[in-house]
Design a protein around this ligand. Structure first.
Ligand SMILES: [Zn+2]
Length: 243
């Protein structure tokens, strides 16, 4: 199969997995706060594991260029939060009454999924098998993250099916950016180390600024630390086991 089609196929699979995030909400109107904390911790751990895998594969190419890319990724993400007035936004307030809250959550979630698309795209350039691994890791990660987004949308009166469709559409940012980054970095291979670093920087920064602070507020620190570490460790072990 043509490599671009492989990127399209697996990034679409990752985005579609977000629909499974609706499952815990089929029989209940909302999920307990502790579940939201756990979902964030698992999603965050898988993101950290993905960043670890990518830093091992990509940053070894040109460490200083990759480090520069990581700083750029952190600066870019900070800048997008600043411009969109979402730098201190909680992404899981189930009963927020501010009318602008819904659009801010969707915008932040789209930018978040775009960063993950960059990670998938650049991993595919490094090695297609590694890229497929990365896309599958992001796919699993999308499920708990989508549960939170769908719970927030349900709290704002959106029915379950449209909320699930919205979660998949938001993660469409992964498809768009995976394919574009794969095409651009393939055409300009000199940018591989920089883009690997960029993706690593954004993934780690997003976990620290978006996922973990909220988890700690909703669930005890020990549970969150254990869940995050285990999710990260499992991913790193799988990556090691699969080579
Ligand atoms: Zn994510």
């Amino acid at each position: 199969m043509d490599p671009t089609l492989i990127v399209l196929l697996y990034s679409s699979l990752a985005a579609s997995a977000a629909a499974l995030g609706a499952l815990p909400l089929i029989r209940r109107a909302e999920v307990p706060a502790s579940w939201i904390g756990w979902a964030n911790a698992i999603a965050g751990g898988l993101m950290l594991g993905s960043a670890h895998a990518l830093s091992g594969a990509g940053m070894a190419l040109e460490p200083f260029v990759a480090t520069g890319g990581a700083l750029l990724g952190i600066g870019f993400t900070y800048g997008t939060h600043l411009v969109s007035d979402t730098e201190d936004l909680d992404l899981n307030r189930l009963h927020e009454t501010d009318p602008t809250y819904g659009s801010k959550v969707l915008l932040t979630s789209f930018l978040h999924s775009a960063s993950e698309g960059i990670a998938i795209g650049v991993a595919m350039v490094l090695d297609l098998r590694f890229g497929i691994f990365m896309a599958l890791a992001i796919a699993v990660h999308n499920i708990p993250e989508a549960t939170i987004l769908i719970a927030v949308m349900r709290g704002r009166g959106v029915r379950l099916l449209p909320a699930a469709a919205l979660a998949v559409a938001i993660d469409g940012g992964q498809v768009l950016f995976a394919v574009v980054v794969f095409a651009v970095v393939s055409a300009a291979p000199g940018s591989t180390a920089m883009m690997s670093g960029f993706a690593v920087g954004t993934l780690i920064y997003l976990v620290l600024v978006e996922l973990l602070p909220e988890s700690y507020r909703q669930t005890g620190p020990t549970t969150i630390a254990v869940l995050t570490s285990v999710a990260m460790g499992v991913l790193i072990l799988l990556r090691g086991g699969l080579g």
